[in-house]
Write a protein that binds this ligand. Sequence first.
Ligand SMILES: O=C(O)C(=O)C[C@]1(C(=O)O)C=C[C@@H](O)C=C1
Length: 307
Amino acid sequence: MKYAYLGPAGTFTESALLQVPGAVDAQRIPATNVNVALSMVREGSVDAAMVPIENSVEGGVSATLDAIAQGQALQIIAEILVPISFVLAVRPGITSLDQIQLISTHGHAWAQCRLWAEASIPAAVFTPASSTAAAAVALTENEPQHDAAICNPLVAEERGLNVLVRGVEDNIGAVTRFILVTRPGKIPAPSGVDKSTLILPLPQDRPGALMEILEQFSARGVNLSRIESRPTGEGLGQYFFSVDFEGHIADERVAAALSGLHRVSPELRFLGSYPAAQGVEPFVDTHNSDAAFSDARAWVKSLRDRL
Ligand SMILES: O=C(O)C(=O)C[C@]1(C(=O)O)C=C[C@@H](O)C=C1
């Protein structure tokens, strides 16, 4: 397997990739951003890409939500959770917080440390980097453009950077969720605790369209675990929903919800069913069990056989 990931080496995304069985010894290609990583998958130069999709503090990663919603179809085959804690690394010569004028990191990381930064280095100006590791690596250049970087403790250690402060995140216990993305292919077999992801364009032409979408899930007892709206980019008021729910396409209730959704929003995209990184087997009412669905189907068929 050959993997792309949001690089350079030392990002939290690489930490997520290293949790994938076999990835430690596999070829790992750093990409400068999420779009580049996903393009490598689409054009076939790698087998899969690891990209961030949401953080428990800052929410959805728009670049990923948008890139997998549009363009050539992709599939999610796994999710990985990584606990997030940041350090403040500094360039040689900086020994105290009041010397820091320019501070760099990834936008999502900055959002998770903003309160600490406002209180501790109020005069410092933030300059965005393509990743936390890119900001850290830049401190090792001959003439660094910034004085400090907020990054993964591992990259600071690997690059021999001076760390002034540890644990600069505003929320202890933050977690980022990453997804492993391939070209569409075989769907991982149900594990018992699975998740599925959909992109659902919101039908424009009628009131109650969102309700129609939601009732497809609720009528079959399918529990949503994330729903976010994103603009399609085609004009004000035009949205799609990015939705995760508990269950696998092999489950009858999920298949029934999907066929209902296809009628309501025919342009929907199924992004895959894959083992959930945490959670318990979902509670399924008797009337939403696989057996109840196949009994009902057989009953209707017996009636239609009389046509
Ligand atoms: O910059 C990194 O190290 C990344 O892996 C990206 C990213 C993100 O996009 O949210 C991942 C985890 C952290 O929440 C901060 C940044």
